[in-house]
Each structure stands twice: as C-alpha cells, then as structure tokens.
Design a binder for this molecule. Structure first.
Ligand code: ARG
Length: 459
C-alpha cells in the first residue's frame, strides 16, 4: 500500500529511511490503546455530525476486527507503514475504502500518540502499583512472624545495635509505601486527555473533547495543545519514580546477597529461586537478587537517556519523541519483573534465626546499653563509653561475648557493675526497651504491621 502521507512526494522513501524511521518494530503493544482512542474519536466525529453515522459504525466495526486480528497474531504489520497508527488506519482503508479514510479527520498522529502513551502509562502504573503492593504485603507478613527475631542492626556494615528482623524489613516497607504514593501522585497528574490538540494547534472542526475524555475515563483535558503534543513529563516522572524504587529494590537485593553469603548465613534461599555454579558444586548463587541489583542500573540509565532526549527540543512535536518508547517500555517490563521476582524470592526464603542471634552477640551490639547502664549509676556518658570500649576489647581478645564475661571481670573495669547488668544486656530486653514510635520493640513493630495491614486493605 502507498504511504498515507506521500501526496507531495515525487518518489518513494528509501528502504533505509523506512527502516530508520519506523517505530512499528517496538510499539506494537500500543495497539489496544490506539484502537480504543480511534473508536471513541470516530464516535465523537459522528455525534458532532462531522462524519456520517454509517461511516462511523463501519469504522468501529473495522477497528474491532483489526483488534482481534492483532490480538490473535494474525495481522502482518508493515514496516513501510511506519508506526502502529498508520498500520491500523491502513487496515481500515484496505477493507473499507473511502470510509476508512474518514477516521483521521480532526486528528494528527501527534495528539494520537500522546493519547496512546497516556492510556498505556495509566494502565502500567496501576499494574506496577499492584505488584509493589504484593511485595509490601510479603515483607509485612514476614515481619509479622519475626517481631522477636533478634538480628544485628548495621551502620557502616558493622554490627551496631540489636534490632529485629521485623524492624529491618519494615524499614523497606516504608520506602516501598512512599514509592506507591509517588506513583499515585504521578497518576493523578498524568490523567489528562490530549486528543483534540491536533498536530500542535488544535483543529477547526467542531469536535467535542469532553466526550472523548469521558469515554476514555480521563480526569481532565490537556490545557494547551502545544504542550499536549510535546509533553513527556509523565514518562520522566514515572521513570524517575521507578528509578528510586529500583534503588530501594537494589539495596534490599544487596542485603539478601550479603545475608546469603556463607559467612553471614542469615537467609536460606529456596532452590527454585537460586542457581548453581557450572564448576563449583558447593555453590548456591543468589542470581535473582543480583539481577534485581543489576537491572536497577539499566532503569537509572533509561531515565537519564529520556531526559537527554527531551533536553533542548523545540516545541512542539519532533521525531526525537519517538525515542521515548523503547526505554519506557523496557523500564516498565524490567521493573515489573524485578518486583515480582523479589517478592517471590522473599516469600520463599527462610531466615536462620539462631545464626542472626549469635551474630548479634558476637558483634558486641549490647555495648551502647551497657554504657547507658553505667550512666544510670551516675557516671558521665563519655567515661562509660571509654570503660565499655575497654571491656569490648578484652572480650574480643578472649574470644568471648559480653554476656559470657563474669561479674568479676566486669568489676575490674568498674565497681558499679552488679549482677543486674546481665538483664540489661539481654538482647530481647534491649530491643524491647526501645518502644518509641518507629522503634524496634516487638509491640511497636507488631502495631506497625497492623497499620500496614490496614494500609494494604485500603489499596
Ligand atoms: N511513531 C511516532 C512517535 O512515536 C508517532 C507520531 C508521528 N508523528 C509525526 N508527525 N511523524 O512519536
């Protein structure tokens, strides 16, 4: 078939031009949105008496047919027809002749692609919110059974103070809840219907933008036709939110990798979500977590690619904007896989509770509480810090833990030590004593799990 725009052209475009120019190779996933937009556009044209009802009905029928053809993989896309819009329109013209040519009245591919991308973005954001919610639910469920599971909390990757597994995982829940609310904010901002903006300057046909907006369930109309065809802010915002979400997932993946190392041995990954080494039989590798960490680099890269593509574009539409698709689609696919796989990895893992407990003891994480013990007996904190430092050094030299040291040994450092020090450095007592909002005490984290359950049921 001839190109739909070649009236002023004396000869065909070269094969290389077609190949370089076409987006059909990577935007076929837009077909349901393109067809839906055309369906209501043509309905509006008929309602406004811009085209005949019978033409509109025939076009709508053709749109349904081409939808089913594409869906069942029975439609052959043509590279020479460049993009999804013209491939679908060409089907209508092929099958309906003159009538098919009436669809594109009062519309440009510039507002059409803007519509398709917004419809697609709305769908995928909702999809990712669901996946993100599933990850939060799994983290929260693990936290619920581990409010008394002691583990070392880290700073500088050094054992710092005792916390619980629940407290640690709930930190990620907070990060992921913020990611969710960011996506909702973005959704609300992008919920504008651009059709009617034309190529850039709207149209003189007596169209009804509100009808199309309502039919396609948009909240508002775009307010400026030049902005509407050039705006890709919503893609940047989504990709930025995903990049941050990927950073959160990458941190969690990194911790899973560390916890899975034989030296830490905090976590047992399910065989179904681990891989082996082709040479070292003893290995069980955390490839899934490593890929989550690795793919986050790609997601961040796509965000900067998109920003650089947009930087310096004059208004309004420029073909550069076609470059938004591959990176946005890949980001969407990868982030979806990362969310699902991380959720599966965690849901099927088990935690080595005793190893975590021993690591907390061996890290002398009770030291701060031991210093506070002496403070309560009247010593200035700085002196206590010094004394406990010397005790930790002695315990470390002797290869013992603080709870294994005898009272006599403690008394050589300060006569203020009494037998009650052992109650103070009990690990569960330490976490239980931190019961402020946001702290690790089991009753506080249990309450937070409950708050999260309420939040989840409201999603
Ligand atoms: N495939 C194009 C894109 O993705 C559609 C819009 C083309 N518009 C144009 N005036 N060439 O941006």
């Amino acid at each position: 078939m001839e190109k739909l725009w070649n009236g002023r052209f004396a000869k065909d475009t070269s094969k290389e031009t077609d190949l370089f120019n076409a987006s059909i190779g990577f935007e076929q996933r837009l077909y349901p949105y393109d067809i839906l937009g055309s369906y209501y556009h043509v309905q509006m044209l008929a309602n406004q008496n811009i085209i005949d009802d019978s033409d509109a009905a025939a076009i709508q029928d053709g749109l349904k047919k081409v939808y089913h053809l594409i869906k069942s993989d029975s439609y052959t896309f043509k590279l020479s027809l460049e993009d999804i819009h013209m491939n679908i329109e060409a089907y209508l013209i092929d099958t309906l002749g003159e009538t098919g040519k009436r669809l594109h009245t009062g519309r440009s591919r510039n507002d059409q692609v803007a519509l398709d991308m917004r419809l697609y973005a709305k769908d995928v954001v909702i999809d990712q919110i669901k996946k993100l919610t599933a990850l939060i639910e799994t983290l929260n469920a693990i936290a619920k059974v581990h409010t008394k599971t002691i583990m070392p909390g880290f700073t500088h990757l050094q054992q710092a103070q005792p916390i619980t597994l629940a407290h640690h995982l709930l930190a990620y829940v907070e990060k992921f809840k913020r990611d969710t609310s960011r996506l909702f904010d973005i959704y609300a901002r992008l919920d504008e219907m651009p059709l009617g903006s034309g190529a850039l300057a709207s149209t003189s046909y007596p169209i009804n933008r509100d009808f199309v907006k309502d039919a396609l369930v948009f909240d508002r109309l775009t307010a400026n036709s030049i902005d509407a065809v050039s705006d890709r802010d919503y893609l940047v915002e989504i990709m930025a939110a995903y990049a941050l979400m990927a950073v959160h997932m990458s941190s969690l993946a990194e911790e899973i990798i560390i916890w899975n190392s034989q030296l830490f041995n905090f976590i047992e990954l399910d065989d179904a979500y681990s891989t082996g080494s082709s040479i070292m039989p003893q290995k069980k590798n955390p490839d899934i977590a490593e890929l989550v960490r690795g793919k986050s680099g790609r997601i961040i890269g796509h965000l900067s690619g998109m920003l650089v593509t947009l930087k310096g574009l004059p208004l309004a539409y420029n073909k550069d904007l076609q470059e938004d698709k591959e990176s946005f689609f890949d980001t969407t696919d990868q982030i979806g896989n990362m969310l699902s796989m991380l959720e599966r990895l965690l849901a099927t893992a088990s935690f080595n509770v005793e190893t975590m407990y021993q690591a907390t003891l061996k890290g002398f994480t009770e030291a701060t509480d031991l210093a506070d013990y002496l403070v309560k007996k009247g010593l200035p904190f700085r002196d206590c810090h010094h004394i406990i430092g010397a005790i930790v050094k002695e315990a470390s030299d002797r290869g013992t833990t603080l709870s294994e040291m005898t009272l006599d040994a403690y008394k050589t450092h300060s006569s203020l030590f009494e037998a009650d020090l052992y109650d103070v450095i009990d690990l569960l007592a330490i976490v239980s004593s931190r019961r402020h909002t946001g702290g690790p005490a089991p009753e506080v984290t249990a309450a937070q799990v409950g708050t999260n359950e309420t939040w989840l049921s409201a999603q």
